[in-house]
Structure formats: C-alpha cells, structure tokens
Design a protein. Structure first.
Length: 194
C-alpha cells in the first residue's frame, strides 16, 4: 500500500485501531466483552430513559435537546460506574483462578480490532452528524474527506446513523450552528434565572 496521500486523520485512525488492539491484548477477551456489554447496556438505557431523566432538569434547562443530552450523559455515566465495579469483581476472580491465558489475550486482539473499527466509526458519525443517505452524501470536513482510510468506515457510519434518535439531529444542528427550533444556548437557565 502506497503511504503517500495519507494525512493526519489516517494516522489517527491507525493509532486508534492499534491502541484498541493493544489494550485488549493486555486486558484479555473476557474482560473486554464484559466492558462492551456494559457500554451497550449504558447506551441502550441512556437512549431509552434520557427524556425522562432530562425532564427532571426542566427548571434549569429550557432546551429539550440539552435536557436530553444531560439525561443521557447522567444515565450512561452511572451505568459505566456500576459496570466498572462489576467488571473489576469479575477480573479479580479470573486472576484468582489462574490469570489471563494466551488464548484469552489473542482473542482480545481480535476484539480490540473490532472495537477500534466501532470507535473510529462512531467518531466519524459524530463528525458527519446529521448526514443521511449514501456514503457520498456524508458531510465530512475537507481533511476527513481527503483521508484514504475513511471510505472503509462509511458503511458502518451509515448503519450507525440509522439508530440516532431525533433529539440527536437537533443537537447536531446546534453544534453546527444551524439554529434548531429550540436554541439550546439561549435557553439555559442557571439557578432559575435566564
């Protein structure tokens, strides 16, 4: 493969993939699987209950999009903390039973590669937030479009995009300064005052 034409985005993608594989090698397959399960559960619970938890902040945050984000972040963070505690207990019992085997570490490398692809795809999804349609319709900044590795991730990015809730589109519009119907920045109230 000719390395000319690769930019810093390609380098970042390669580093993320290799780092994910290395971390998974050190931690082992089973610990990584449990961690992934915790993340998926946290995302699912966060997306499902973000509106309800976000509505607890109606007094302080007028924007429905920002309340949704706050609710999601709270739920997701709590799920990760509980999951980390459980994962640590399981990890301690694995070490008492003889430690992490070579097979467990090798499978960890494969798991790390898959997780790396997912991580890069999620980052690209965030960069292209709100793009719909085919891979040529993804809205990336010029430096990301110029990256040679990005097209390999586009099918995953498009697939992930189908799972985004409507509130994420409003949040994306705010982040991109496209002034959504409820302007998040203008509707934040601190201590009950505008």
């Amino acid at each position: 493969m000719n390395m000319s034409g690769f930019n810093w985005v390609d380098l970042l993608i390669a580093v993320l993939l290799l780092l994910s594989m290395f971390i998974s090698f050190l931690r082992g397959f089973w610990r990584e699987v449990i961690s992934l399960g915790v993340w998926i559960l946290g995302l699912a619970v966060g997306l499902h209950f973000a509106d309800e938890v976000g509505n607890l902040f109606t007094r302080w945050i007028q924007s429905t999009s920002l309340r949704y984000l706050v609710g999601f972040v709270l739920i997701f963070t709590i799920a990760l903390l509980i999951g980390a505690f459980v994962n640590n207990l399981i990890h301690q019992s694995i070490h008492k039973a003889g430690g992490v085997s070579f097979t467990n570490r090798f499978l960890g490398i494969i798991f790390g590669a898959v997780r790396g692809v997912a991580l890069v795809s999620i980052l690209l999804l965030l960069v292209s937030m709100g793009s719909r349609g085919s891979s040529d319709q993804l809205k990336y900044p010029a430096v990301v479009k110029a990256a040679r590795l990005v097209p390999y991730f586009n099918p995953v990015v498009l697939w992930l995009n189908t799972f985004l809730p409507d509130q994420m589109a409003k949040l994306s519009a705010w982040v991109k300064s496209e002034a959504p119907s409820d302007d998040i920045a203008a509707n934040i109230m601190i201590d009950g005052s505008a």
